[in-house]
Design a protein around this ligand. Structure first.
Ligand code: NAD
Ligand code: TYD
Length: 365
């Protein structure tokens, strides 16, 4: 070990625990990283992210100088890079969020979803297994998943932890596959692992290809707001910080081998949600009531579009006292305010300039 490596090693050893968060430069990951860096100064938080189109280090500008935060540009599909990372840090905990996450992209190009979501997860599981051997005390592999693995509901019922998997899109099939691998490693090799399946998130820092930020941006710019099909599909929306607080609870109190559903108990038909957003935007932008609604444009439906998702999160609520905080309208308003206030962030994302942020902050490091 060289002198520099030794110094680095001493720094790492100072912390009570070293935790790997994958996909920390993305939408949900950045909220999780911020929460852990700020709330747990005695943890060293290592954010490993490939920085795909969805990874944006500007999301973490406010914590990047914190001593207990480290960024490692890593592709989880690269087995050797993952092994090297584990050798460097000896992680005690892993919160795995890195994924290709957009259903529409999975329909036009499924391969990347197979590589990152399935192979990438297996690479992390193998590295944990090799690194931990039989020394499993205090270790945890926490896999972040989605309610989409359960497939589509009719007008009745909710997904529980016991609902059988029935994924319908290449995205959800790749996430279901990774969930199965995590369970298999828990069962076969006794890797201490938990999984949570969460409903649709919304809030600051979401890439504007997803419904809510896309609609906010288009309404702001007087562009058509595309509604797939008849807008009858239903999603259960959760504010991103509520997801981060659930992840915090599950990471600290979840039982290995268990699964936890996370959801907002907040079902909205797409068209009703867009109309509510239009109403808020009219008010914020000083437009005449009804002006923004004129931008709603019905477009061809997504192939195989899941009709309805609804999550029963009573297990998490009962076992850990978790509950979502803002009312939906309040959360939506906070989200609109954030996008209207962070014009530069949005411009950088849309123009692709956010990539330069990494170069200016990290090249040569
Ligand atoms: P996102 O697309 O905003 O971010 C994904 C992050 O993963 C990006 O920073 C990207 O650079 C990184 N990444 C992608 N491929 C990688 C690779 N090969 N190696 C390393 N990093 C890579 O996604 P998100 O919406 O923040 O979702 C995060 C996780 O939460 C995903 O696992 C997703 O399935 C899950 N989830 C999302 C939602 C939602 O509504 N967004 C709901 C439930 C679960
Ligand atoms: P999305 O944000 O892509 O999340 P997911 O597909 O993972 O649920 O889409 C949310 C819902 O909004 C989904 O039913 C598809 C629909 N949708 C539109 O109607 N128009 C759009 O432009 C987008 C991106 C989504």
């Amino acid at each position: 070990m060289g002198k520099e490596d030794q110094k680095e090693n001493e720094k790492i050893m100072k912390y009570r625990k070293t935790i790997l968060i994958t996909g920390g430069a993305g939408f949900i990951g950045s909220h999780v990283v911020r929460r852990f860096v700020k709330n747990y100064p005695y943890y060293l938080i290592v954010n490993a992210d490939k920085l795909t189109y969805a990874g944006n280090l500007e999301n973490l500008a406010d914590v990047e100088e914190n001593k207990n935060y480290k960024f490692e540009k890593t592709d989880i599909v690269d087995k050797k890079a993952v092994e090297k990372l584990f050798r460097k840090y000896s992680f005690a905990g892993i919160i795995h969020l890195a994924a290709e996450s957009h259903v529409d992209r999975s329909i036009t190009g499924p391969d990347e979803f197979v590589f990152t979501n399935i192979i990438g997860t297996v690479n992390l599981l193998n590295a944990a297994r090799n690194g931990w051997h039989d020394n499993l005390d205090g270790k945890l592999f926490y896999h972040i998943s989605t309610d989409e693995v359960f497939g589509s509901l009719g007008s009745e019922g909710m997904f529980t932890e016991e609902t059988a998997y029935d994924p319908k899109s290449p995205y959800s099939a790749s996430k279901a596959s990774s969930d199965h691998m995590v369970r298999a490693y828990n069962h076969t090799y006794r890797i201490p692992a938990v999984i949570s399946n969460c409903s649709n998130n919304y809030g600051p820092n979401q890439f504007p290809e997803k419904l809510i930020p896309l609609a906010i941006n288009n309404i702001k710019n007087n562009k058509p707001v595309p509604v797939y099909g008849k807008g009858e599909n239903i999603r259960d929306w959760l504010y991103v910080e509520d997801h981060a607080s659930a992840i915090d609870k599950i990471f600290h109190r979840g039982k290995p081998g268990e699964t936890y559903n996370i959801g907002g108990n907040n079902e909205w038909k797409n068209i009703d949600l867009i109309k509510l957003l239009c109403k808020i935007m009219d008010r914020k932008l000083g437009r005449k009531p009804g002006d923004s609604e004129k931008l709603i444009t019905y477009v061809k439906d997504r192939p195989g579009h899941d009709l309805r998702y609804a999550i029963d999160s009573s297990k998490l609520q009962k076992e850990m006292g978790w509950k979502p905080i803002p009312e939906f309208e309040e959360g939506l308003e906070k989200t609109v305010d954030w996008y209207l206030a962070n014009v530069k962030w949005l411009e950088n994302v849309i123009s692709g300039d956010y990539v330069k942020y990494y170069d200016s902050m990290y090249s040569g490091r």
